[in-house]
Structures are given as C-alpha cells and as structure tokens.
Write a protein that binds this ligand. Structure first.
Ligand SMILES: Nc1ncnc2c1ncn2[C@@H]1O[C@H](COP(=O)(O)OP(=O)(O)OP(=O)(O)O)[C@@H](O)[C@H]1O
Ligand SMILES: [Mg+2]
Length: 332
C-alpha cells in the first residue's frame, strides 16, 4: 500500500485537515493526527484495518499538537542540558537505513578521538541503543529519586527513551508527551563533563523531530542514507527540514554503501555508487564518508558489542573514526 492509500483510510475517521502526516518508514506505518483529542477506539480500529492489509507492518497512531507553522528558532527557548558541551543529531529521512548503527559506532569513534561522549536514544518509534550497547532490560537508576544515572558502556554514557517505554506495549505517544519524556530524560540525567552528545533521532521529518530541532541547541546534524534513490529523496527532505529550522547540517553519511566479497575481496556496489556523495555535492553539503554493507557490522550491533568497540583495528572502525574526525573538525 502507498502512503496516499493509508491517508485515505485515516481520513475515514477524521477530516483530511486533521491528518498531520502519514508515513511508511521501513516496516512501520506512522499516522499522526493533529490538534484532536487522543482516541483509543479510533487507534484500535485503524491498527486492525491496516494490519489486515499490511500484516507485516507495525502501526503507530499518534495525536499531536501542532502549533501554527513557525519553524524559526529565535523565539523558542532551548532545553538546558547540564554537563554537555556540544550536541550532534544523527537523523535519516527514511527508517531502516542504519541510523542507530551509525549513531552508536560514531559515538564510540568520537570517544576513540579522545572526546568524552554521551549517546542519547531519542527514537521513540524504535529505540535500539540498549540492544546495541548491551543494556537492554536494565532499568534506569537514580540515587536521589530525581536525577537519572546514565549507563556507562564501552566508555560512553548513555540513556534511551526505550528504558521508559515497554517495547511490547504499543503506546500512543502524543507529540507533547513524547517530547516531554525526552526533555525530562535529557535534562534530568547526570551527565559527567561530556564533550559531545550524539542523539539517535526519530526517523522521518515529523513534528517531534521539528520540536527537537527547535529545543535542542545542536552543533549540527548528520544525515544517514543508503545509496538508493528512494532513500536519498528522503535524505534531501531531512536536510531541508533541518535547514528550515535553522539547524546546521554537518553532512551526509552513506551507509550500506558497498560490499567487499569475503572470498575474493572484490568490491560490489550493490545499490549503485556514490549516490549520497553526489546528492551531498548537489545540495552544497559535506559528504562525511561511506560505510560498507558488512555482516560483521550487523552481527556486532545485534550482539550489543558494536564493531568500533569489539574490533578497534577493523577497517570499518577506521571508516567510522574518519567520519568522527571530520565532525570534530567541523564542530571544534
Ligand atoms: N553498514 C551495515 N552493514 C550491515 N548491516 C547494517 C549496516 N548498518 C545497519 N545494518 C543493519 O541494518 C539493520 C537496520 O539498522 P539500524 O537499526 O541501525 O537502522 P535504523 O535506521 O536505526 O532503523 P530504524 O528506522 O528501525 O530505527 C540492523 O539490523 C543493522 O544491524
Ligand atoms: Mg534505529
């Protein structure tokens, strides 16, 4: 099914003007209604209907508050995040392109460049940092009942919005509620002298992402894309959205860029070649580097021992470190 067809189904329940967006991101369908009260019966009916038509997709229905579109940043107060000097966001227009894998390995690569690093998982739709850093299932701790203690794995501090969401209970996240939870976790965690915080952002270009880009004082955003045209179109949308909110874009990373045959060592450009590089050049953005499609990258993230931590000498670790160095050059 297409987004337009799902839009039509969503419009069976409320007028079209009440639909903020309908997105298919990877294997998820996300429907956002705006400025109407949350309605669980509508949510249940929509989920049932769409699951019948697209059984392998996970459906999320959100009810968001949408203020009059003012994307400027001047008048909006930023969150005060104590103990953190610079913040970069890792975003992607499209789901499933390796945003989290890149965020985690990039954070570890920044730490290898002598920076004190934190990783914040803000992907309310599919938090995966706890799995990738191996602390899935561990509860958030607090010594004083007010402030959270960050996890500390492989020398980086981190927390995940996933530790506040039960993975098996599909929650309806109202825009304001989701942002409130992110704000609380970000501002009430005891960060220790962090040089750079990396944020795994929610995918897409929706309202929550816009709010985060207005509220967080970003040094810049890294956009992750795969080389296929369809992913690149969404990457361009992402770049444009951040520019509109006045958030600097640091550049584009091409993930799953090429494959090196483990038997003959030959390189294959499975999804085409240099798509993200060309896109970056056309948009006047920096091309930050390419990461190959590599089973070891997948295996290590699934196992909670990301490749940069598990294998410091691997060429893939070097590729992440090169991207990290370019970012440090840009943000200082
Ligand atoms: N360079 C790579 N080589 C091989 N596998 C990869 C690579 N990058 C990511 N993957 C794998 O692809 C899958 C999707 O990656 P990841 O979860 O990082 O994407 P995402 O963009 O964060 O997805 P989501 O939208 O679900 O949050 C994971 O199984 C991951 O291990
Ligand atoms: Mg992810």
């Amino acid at each position: 099914m297409t987004e337009a067809e799902i839009f039509d189904i969503a419009a069976n329940h409320y007028p079209r003007s009440c639909i903020s967006s309908v997105k298919i991101l990877g294997k998820r369908v996300i429907i956002e209604y705006k400025n109407i009260a949350e309605d669980e019966s509508i949510t249940a009916r929509l989920k049932h209907k769409i699951s019948e038509l697209m059984p392998e997709y996970k459906v999320t229905v959100a009810f968001v508050e949408e203020k009059n579109a003012n994307l400027g940043v001047d008048a909006i107060e930023k969150w005060q995040i104590r103990g953190v000097k610079k913040i970069i966001g890792v975003a992607s227009g499209k789901g499933g392109v390796g945003k989290s894998t890149t965020a985690v390995n990039l954070a570890l690569a920044l730490a290898n460049c002598s920076k004190k690093v934190a990783l914040f998982d803000a992907d309310i739709y599919g938090p995966s940092v706890p799995t990738m850093l191996g602390y899935e299932g561990s509860p958030l701790a607090s010594d004083d009942g007010v402030n959270f203690k960050p996890f500390n794995e492989y020398g980086i501090e981190s927390v995940s919005i996933g530790t506040l969401i039960d993975r098996d209970t599909p929650l309806i996240w109202r825009g304001a509620k989701a942002c409130g939870a992110i704000e609380q976790l970000m501002t009430q965690t005891l960060w220790h002298n962090i040089d750079v915080m990396v944020i795994d952002m929610p995918p897409g270009t929706g309202d929550i992402l816009i709010t985060l880009s207005q509220r967080i004082d970003f040094a810049g955003i890294v956009i992750v894309s795969t080389p296929q045209d369809i992913a690149l179109i969404d990457a361009i949308k992402g770049v444009n959205m951040f520019k509109k909110t006045g958030t600097p874009v640091l550049g584009i990373v091409e993930n799953m860029s090429y494959f090196i045959c483990p038997h003959c060592g030959e390189r294959a450009d499975i999804f085409g070649h240099d798509g993200a590089k060309q896109t970056a050049e056309n948009m006047g953005e920096t091309f930050l580097g390419a990461i190959p499609l590599e089973p070891e990258i997948r295996r290590t993230s699934d196992a909670g021992t990301p490749i940069v931590a598990e294998n410091p000498d691997s060429p893939h670790t070097k590729a992440y470190e090169e991207i990290a160095r370019k970012i440090i050059q840009r943000i200082g």
